[in-house]
Design a binder for this molecule. Structure first.
Ligand code: DCP
Ligand code: CA
Ligand code: CA
Length: 578
């Protein structure tokens, strides 16, 4: 594997688009829809006085007034049902199609169940990505540079190559290039080339790619990125029950263009997924390596590029008499710049697939937790605590990297660690423990706490899945300063400064979390004894206390002999095992 030259390389960017999303959400709620041709229809407008249909009501429609179709299962697409058809038209082309109406509230469509499902996907992705940018209800751009680099450092090149090639289409394979030739509207209906999973086609070109990647660090990172996307997609499916399609490239090809009517989200939505992610659907993924961009873009209809699906794209086509990105690149550069002085540079960069036409993935998501997990099916299941310990160690590395990122980027630190185990009798066990990592927690600290949690789960044998997560994110000041302030001490940093110590030296000498918390309780008890000697109740700074996770607040209050009864509890509720 070529050496990594951090910093100089373009990022590894993924793009996720959920498959027939509203249908998928309905299927997750009602398994009777699984595998059947079905579609989601809008509510009928102009029907005053109709009772609302809540999410939990029977919303299947067999006739009568209904709105247009907004989401179609792939089984129904294969039988000719398309978006925009009315329910009656759909029944005509596919009599067995099941039509589910969107829920309504106060006489209007209530899309909350779909929004919640989309947010759950973003939350899950955010737990392993450097940046997560929600682009629409069912699309997320993700920066997975860190996760890809971590895989490169921790897994053998041959293993990564095999995992990526088994699951990923190449964007310049014959199948992909054919899939890219159709227009946006045809692509949205789904077509054979897009849906094909012929494994020989999937293998097409991979041998050459892996050979060339041996001396190309950009390509290697993207290949590792394909493995990250594959694992994320599996995680979304196993956790939430939704399949999705993915793309991997060095940029997200963002649509910032506005059409004549202003911001056209529909254009962004369709076009974002057109290059990588949209080439192969459903439940598939595509890798766009830099050398593949010109091949793919050559015949790509211009309307499939972000920002060119509307009036502006039409203007470009008619001004130069071109249809594809390749044809646009044949137009002399000065002509393009003359005709489009403001957008010409961007247009040419876009048609060439250049990174400069796209912005970085913007992190809009503050994660609630960081998690990492692995499954061990069949013979691979873990049979002893020793094996569990080994895998906890493996899971710790990446989790620690992502914890440091939260510290650096968001000045937050987790305060709870959870280990979850699924045993082969389908029994699911979770054990949590407070953890105080502050800003300089070590992998060892995470591992020791995780091992302690695993021991609290009791005798384990036949573990088929193991998860490790850090949650209850709190601001850094609250994590370090609060406890000390609560016990009337100066913060560690301030105390070390006074003694002339460097904060890092202090951190090295820091006792393990359990000891630290124990020491804090000992101090609290001592403080309490001292104060009761003086016939004074211990002082509790409610503001500081409220900054701590609920479980720690409760433990502290119990330790001090006070019943937990604070009103202002800002952190997520955590359940602690007895
Ligand atoms: N949507 C909508 N009205 C539209 C288009 C879409 O309400 N005119 C909703 C329903 C879709 C969801 O947005 O399920 C996502 O739109 P997509 O364009 O991504 O389409 P799907 O996810 O349904 O299908 P695909 O598998 O082709 O992505
Ligand atoms: Ca979708
Ligand atoms: Ca979409």
């Amino acid at each position: 594997m070529p050496p990594l030259q951090r910093g100089a390389l373009p990022p590894v960017v993924g793009f996720i688009d959920m498959d027939c999303f509203y249908v998928a959400v309905e299927r997750a709620r009602d398994p009777r829809l699984l595998g059947k041709p079905c579609a989601v229809v809008q509510y009928p407008t102009g029907q005053r006085g109709r009772p609302d249909l809540r999410p939990e009501d029977d919303r299947w429609r067999t006739g009568g007034p209904m709105g247009g179709i907004i989401a179609v299962s792939y089984e129904a697409r294969a039988r000719g049902v398309t978006r925009q058809m009315s329910g009656a038209e759909a029944k005509k082309v596919c009599p067995e199609v099941i039509l589910v109406q969107v829920p309504t509230a106060f006489g209007k469509a209530d899309l909350q169940i779909y929004k919640d499902a989309g947010d759950a996907v973003v939350d899950l992705l955010a737990s392993r990505c450097d940046a997560t940018e929600k682009r629409s209800v069912d699309e997320v751009a993700i920066d997975i540079t860190g996760a890809a680099e971590h895989l490169l450092a921790s897994r053998a090149a041959a293993e990564l190559g095999a995992a990526a090639s088994a699951a990923t289409h190449l964007a310049d394979s014959a199948l992909s290039v054919d899939a890219a030739k159709v227009t946006r509207s045809s692509a949205r209906q789904g077509h054979d080339k897009q849906q094909s999973r012929d494994t020989s086609e999937l293998a097409d070109g991979w041998e050459e790619v892996l050979r060339r990647a041996a001396s190309d660090p950009v390509a290697w990172r993207l290949i590792a990125g394909a493995v990250v996307v594959k694992e994320l997609r599996q995680q979304v499916e196993s956790t939430l029950g939704f399949t999705c399609s993915g793309g991997v490239a060095t940029n997200k090809v963002l649509a910032k263009q506005e059409d004549s009517a202003g911001k056209d989200l529909r254009i962004c939505r369709a076009s974002n997924s057109s290059l990588g992610c949209g080439l192969h659907k459903p439940n598939q993924q595509t890798l766009l390596l830099p050398h593949a961009a010109p091949v793919l873009l050559k015949d790509l209809p211009l309307d499939r590029l972000p920002g060119l699906g509307g009036d502006f794209g039409q203007a470009v086509k008619s001004r130069f008499g071109v249809q594809s990105a390749g044809e646009l690149l044949q137009v002399p550069r000065p002509d393009v710049l003359k005709q489009f002085p403001q957008r010409g540079e961007w247009l040419l960069a876009l048609a060439a697939g250049d990174d400069s036409a796209a912005e970085a993935v913007k992190d809009r998501q503050l994660v609630k937790s960081l998690s990492n997990g692995k499954t061990f099916f069949g013979e691979k299941r873990l049979r002893s605590l020793e094996e569990v310990d080994y895998w906890l160690g493996e899971l710790t590395g990446e989790l620690h990297r992502r914890y440091l990122q939260q510290v650096e980027k968001h000045q937050r630190t987790p305060s709870t660690l959870q280990v979850s185990l699924t045993l082969d009798q389908k029994e699911h066990l979770t054990r949590q423990q407070p953890i105080q990592l502050g800003s300089q927690g070590t992998p060892e600290q995470i591992l020791q706490t995780a091992k302690a949690c695993a021991r609290r789960a009791g005798a384990v044998s036949g573990v088929i899945s193991l998860g490790l997560s850090l949650s209850n994110m709190i601001p850094l000041e609250a994590s370090s300063a609060s406890l000390s302030k609560f016990f009337g001490r100066k913060s560690e940093g301030a105390a070390s400064k006074e003694k002339g110590e460097k904060p890092q030296e202090k951190a090295k000498a820091k006792p393990k979390e359990a000891n630290l918390l124990g020491a804090c309780f000992a101090r609290a008890a001592a403080a309490q004894r001292a104060s009761s000697d003086q016939q004074k109740a211990p002082e509790v700074d409610e503001g500081v206390l409220a900054e701590l996770p609920l479980n720690i607040q409760q433990e502290i209050l119990r330790e001090l002999g006070q019943e937990p009864k604070l009103k202002k509890l800002r952190c997520d509720v955590v359940e602690i095992d007895a």
